[in-house]
Unconditional design. Sequence first.
Length: 177
Amino acid sequence: MEKIAVLKVVIAGDGNVGKTSLVRRYCEGKFETSRVATIGVDFQTKVVELPGRTVKLSIWDMAGQDRFAVVRSGFYRGSLGTALVYDVTDPASLENLEKWYEEIIGITPGQRFIIVGNKIDLGRVTQAEVASAFAARIAAPYLETSALTGDGVSEMFKTLATLASSHLSFPQNEKPD
């Protein structure tokens, strides 16, 4: 039986930007209209096929409220990639990406990031150019998604998996632990 690498990735951003909805859409293939705020952290796993390797993503969905900052800090350790998510209808969530970046990079220097604008099915209020410029400044890919319709969700997690696995090196046809 082949061994599969387990890659811990983090989904972070302000409360109500759709982090949990993105994770559920990707892992369970569904969208729930009722919303319950994440308390501390939630986590799910999913096996992902990448070119030349299979990996298992351990997806850590972080609570976005400030009161959970102390709890969150311990969960960043050991992560290999982070999706910083904002809501395209909420300018404050875009402005706060810098705060999230600083919080995470302070705990896990060298962390790899992707920037994700979510809720593209709704009327855009933020400018994609601002998010794209932030992404370029931190050398991160920029993607847009809709957890409601599923647009861009698979691409988001495949990009995150590719980024997180980019440091792995193993012979072809051999999978690490």
